[in-house]
Design a protein around this ligand. Structure first.
Ligand SMILES: [Fe+2]
Length: 222
């Protein structure tokens, strides 16, 4: 059986888009193959219970600068089935918009209490929860003055599959001019965390971010 594939457009807003966009026709993965998104992540990946708390580098260490937040949600397939034991790897800039990464040349302030990396498994119902510091926006392209609105990177792994997405925050000034938001169009709404009142007094803000893997209502993945 042959299927006509779809060619992705090269985004008009980003000068690396042409390098990151597949040149060949995209073909729909057959349903039976999509079942390979079955998480077989070993439990050892979540053996450290503190890896879902990104507000400090270790228990009993001071909390990093900025606003502590909770992010919670589910990972589901397009038919609504929970994706159990999927591994979420999370990374973000610190309160000042700086990544603790060798390639972050911004010169912005580092925070010794902020590692900016965490990971968590989804539970039996496909739900996850982690704590983070609300990340700062950063000037991603000083040459053209382009800011990236604050966002949290989330990788979802299950089986042999890995998808990477970003959670945005509502009403951020640079949301609409963000290259990914422009590419997403109306679907951008799905990638914005939905605020709710945190139950824990220790946290200033809480966001719900439900991730859908595949289908018409899929979360936008890079
Ligand atoms: Fe980023």
């Amino acid at each position: 059986m042959t299927r006509q594939g779809r060619l992705l457009e090269i985004g008009p807003t980003d000068n690396t888009s042409d390098q990151r966009t597949p040149r060949q026709l995209l073909r729909l993965i057959p349903e039976e193959a999509r079942a390979s998104f079955i998480p077989v992540v070993p439990a050892r990946y979540a053996s450290n219970p503190h890896e879902w708390d990104m507000t400090r580098v270790a228990p009993d260490r001071p909390r990093a600068d900025g606003v502590p937040i909770e992010v919670t949600g589910s990972v589901k397939t397009q038919s609504g089935a929970p994706v159990r034991h999927a591994l979420l790897e999370v990374w973000s800039a610190n309160h000042y918009g700086r990544y603790r990464h060798v390639e972050d040349m911004s010169g912005l302030q580092l925070d010794k209490n902020h590692l900016g990396l965490g990971r968590v498994l989804t539970d039996e119902d496909g739900n996850y929860r982690f704590l983070a510091i609300s990340p700062g926006a950063y000037l991603a392209r000083p040459d053209i003055g382009r800011w990236r609105p604050k966002h949290i990177h989330i990788s979802v792994s299950g089986g042999a599959s890995r998808l990477i997405t970003q959670m945005y925050f509502p009403d951020e000034p640079n949301n609409q001019s963000d290259p990914m938001a422009i590419l997403m169009g109306d679907a951008f709404e799905r990638n914005i965390g939905k605020p709710f009142e945190p139950a824990n007094n220790d946290l200033d803000e809480a966001y719900r971010f439900d991730i859908v893997v595949g289908g018409r209502n899929a979360t936008y993945f890079e």
